[in-house]
Design a protein around this ligand. Structure first.
Ligand code: GDP
Ligand code: MN
Length: 418
């Protein structure tokens, strides 16, 4: 599911007519100070990360003056919240909160529902999982009939909302659903939905995730990689994703693991696994012999030779890598000759450009005999530093690791690298 930062979600709230506090994004204490000056009132400074629980974790801070806002930003930016580095903060008007509600929508995939569920609770500001069931109004929205404005009024009334707050709260729940549908969300939450002392009702937080399968319908969202991806994609990552985007046969997952400047310092090999478990084994095998992986690549599920070829070309394009490892550590239930063809074509093009560059290839599984023939015939005449292994070495991480290490050391020695 493609995720969004709170500030991005709130921009969409605005477009869908859901009121939000005035705010600005800041990447430094100085920018946070400027933002607070522009707002001209006490502010709240909020870490922008793809994780909740910021309030409890000390990643939502209050500031009465621009100087305090700058301090708050300084204490948040660069820190990690639930393993994610905070790079930006959202500086917003601090709301005089009187009440906190919850509004949200998800897709319920349970057999008897299989559709959108709209939720409203008068007990916001805490995890919705911790709110008693009888304090949450649920509505399975009929997608043919659609949602009516009175539906959300009913929901709010059923939870005891009345008076001046009723219409604006119900209106926000209604618009939340319009946005949920309009953007093909998997989940969309406002927690808290705030009632202020001065009577305003606004969305103080936003969590939004979009269905990856629907991203092609939403170029306006600007999502570059339509799968779980916890960092800003690099050029390498984007090229890797382009193989997947244009060819659904089999899967290829490619991600950069180390910045190119680091890789150039030495000790890195280009990594290519086949299947998740085998890939983990292969990464361990490298780490145990003191080698690091510059990328993570996994081609599996019977990918085409052309897909494998593109992945190997991308792996080999990383400047500074000192080896290539194909970690086919398991008896894969896919016809491995597609891998063999793709690898041969890519390495025939790449290895002659890098004399002495080592490649260790472990490939086993269906059509193994043919695959081994393709590899040996296809690479045998290159006079390159290539070792090819079959099922005799399946799971043998220490042997394969030691071979990669030995070849990398030979290659380093030849080039006069210590
Ligand atoms: P989360 O913990 O990651 O979900 O972050 P939230 O944006 O929901 O903020 C956590 C809590 O901080 C909220 O439930 C509020 O109690 C409080 N909070 C957030 N914004 C404001 C604000 O503008 N004014 C006040 N008084 N409290 C706020
Ligand atoms: Mn929240």
């Amino acid at each position: 599911m493609a995720k969004f930062y709170e500030y991005q979600g709130k921009e969409w709230f605005k477009k869908y007519g859901i009121p939000i506090p005035e705010g600005f994004v800041a990447k430094s204490p100085e920018e946070a100070k400027d933002a607070a000056s522009k707002i001209g009132k006490p502010v709240v400074v909020k870490a922008q990360v793809w994780a909740g629980g910021r309030g409890k974790g000390g990643f939502v801070k209050f500031a009465d003056t621009p100087e305090e806002a700058s301090e708050a930003a300084r204490s948040i930016i660069g820190k990690e919240h639930r393993g994610l580095e905070v790079k930006t903060v959202l500086v917003e008007e601090k709301l005089p909160i009187k009440q906190e509600f919850y509004a949200g929508a998800i897709i319920n995939s349970a057999q008897d529902v299989r559709g959108p569920v709209l939720m409203f609770s008068p007990d916001g500001g805490v995890d919705i999982e911790s709110v008693p069931k009888d304090r949450i109004a649920l509505l399975n929205v009929d997608v043919i009939k659609g949602l009516m404005p009175y539906d959300t009024i009913d929901m709010c009334v059923s939870m005891g909302i009345k008076g001046k707050v009723l219409r604006p709260a119900a209106d926000i729940v209604f618009k939340l659903f319009k946005m949920f549908q309009g953007l093909d969300c998997r989940s969309l939450e406002i927690n808290p939905l705030v009632v202020c002392e001065d009577g305003r009702v606004l969305a103080a937080d936003c969590r939004m995730a979009i269905d990856d399968q629907a991203l092609f319908r939403h170029p306006e969202l600007g999502i570059k990689i339509g799968r779980e991806f916890l960092k800003e994609p690099s050029e390498f990552d984007l090229i890797g994703w382009s193989f997947e985007e244009s060819d659904f046969r089999g899967t290829s997952y490619v991600a950069e693991m180390a910045p190119p400047e680091e890789v150039k310092k030495g000790g890195y090999v280009g990594f290519h696994g086949i299947g998740g478990g085998a890939a983990m084994l292969g990464m361990d095998a490298m780490n145990r012999v003191g080698l690091k992986v510059s990328d993570f690549a996994d081609t599996s599920g019977n990918p085409t030779a052309s897909k494998v070829y593109r992945v190997v070309k991308l792996i080999m394009s990383q400047p500074g890598i000192e080896g290539y490892i194909l970690a086919g550590f398991m008896m894969a239930n896919q016809e491995q000759w597609h891998h063999a063809h793709g690898i041969v074509k890519a390495l025939r093009e790449e290895l002659p450009k890098k004399p002495g560059f080592p490649a260790v290839i472990l490939l086993c599984g269906n059509k193994e005999k043919e695959s081994q023939e393709i590899l040996k015939e296809g690479l045998g005449d290159l006079n390159a530093r290539v070792e090819i292994y079959d099922r005799e070495y399946v799971y043998d991480a220490s042997f394969i690791g030691s071979r990669m290490r030995a070849l990398v050391d030979e290659y380093r020695k030849e080039r006069g690298v210590a």
